[in-house]
Ligand binder design. Sequence first.
Ligand SMILES: [Zn+2]
Length: 272
Amino acid sequence: MPELPEVETIRQDLARHILRCSIQKIIVYDRRVIRNKTLKNFTDRLMRKTIAAVHRRGKALIFELEKKFGFLVVQPMMTGQLVYSKEEFRASATKVRFQLSNGHYLHYNDSRLFGRLQMVADLSELKYFRSIGPEPLSSEFTCEGFKKSLKPRSVPIKALLMEHSFVAGIGNIYASEILFQGGIHPNRTARSLNDQEITTLYQAIIKVLKEAVRARGTSFRSYRDGHGQEGRYSKKLMVYGRERANCFSCARPINKIILRGRSTFFCPNCQK
Ligand SMILES: [Zn+2]
């Protein structure tokens, strides 16, 4: 599933190309990806509107329309992709195609229909935004606040990192990578962490996510950036997907466990 670095990469790509473009034509090949409006209402609200900004919050992309016409929210979930191109195309996974005033196209592809497109007048209409935690790469994410919300929790630290109301945008891949960088075993309960470990973990969150944004994300299964290219962070993964391979730090084998139903990778020697 695209996590913060992947969605941020798509946001940056699209923001370079589509700002101040208006939507000239919309073809919806599969209306099931439009979740909160009828097809007509969805297209009426977008047609001939100009895109003023592209934002990201957690794992959601937000296209802000000019003149307060509202927001198009795209949540790629497991399989959604947004691909910008000069040519129009129709892959079997293409569910929606937007024709823009600059002559280019924006395609929403989704092979398994896990993602969703929603039009809202205000972001607070969606539960996702009402319940979301702090953005880890923004100034609202402080070590003090992180410590305070972490300390009373008795869940495994990896599960807590993936809770979207605790901190935004971290999923299964980066939770494993962050815990490796922080030297913390994924199964430790949050409340068992001491102040030093919490500070190290806080710094690991920022470091891993920043580096992953710089590398344009991790391509695992279906993620592609705004131009349809793979991310380079796949080559920098220290533990994720490396079961039985040697740890890059201590050369002992990486372990895999299932934690709350999700594959979890760690080095039993480097992570305590
Ligand atoms: Zn190790």
